[in-house]
Ligand binder design. Structure first.
Ligand code: ZN
Length: 130
């Protein structure tokens, strides 16, 4: 298991962690298997997303904002109910196949940490199952 640290800079953003995950996975010395990427947070997520157009990331975050708007009158005591809801909807993990030390991602796929309550230091756990 490898623990990565990802620093976020905004309240809401998507950080491409594909290279960090690839490097972590290769370090384990297992060339083929499954790479599990997990974040142990309730106001952040791990997703696969289109990795070329930053405007699409903005569209995604704004779409989530329409599902769970920041200004809604939530029951949760903290001020981050919307962030918890977005995190649960997007999920905390992805699993990517690896073959010959190469992540078998599609051409337009990247692994992203979604921040919903930043800026913060986020933990990402990478586990390679050979
Ligand atoms: Zn909370």
């Amino acid at each position: 298991m490898i623990e990565l640290s990802v620093e976020t800079r905004h309240t809401s953003e998507m950080v491409d962690i594909t290279e960090k995950v690839r490097e972590a996975a290769i370090k384990k010395g297992i060339k083929s298997g499954l790479v599990a990427v997990f974040t142990p947070h309730t106001t952040a997520s791990i997703v696969l997303f289109e990795n070329v157009d930053p405007k699409l990331r903005r569209d995604f975050l704004e779409s989530l904002g329409r599902i769970a708007p920041a200004s809604h009158n939530y029951h949760h005591q903290g001020e981050n109910a919307a962030a918890h809801i977005k995190s649960a909807l997007c999920g905390a993990r992805v699993v990517v196949p690896m073959e010959n030390a190469k992540l078998m991602l599609g051409e337009w796929q990247g692994i992203f940490l979604c921040e919903f309550d930043g800026p913060r230091e986020r933990k990402v756990i990478v586990q390679v199952i050979g």
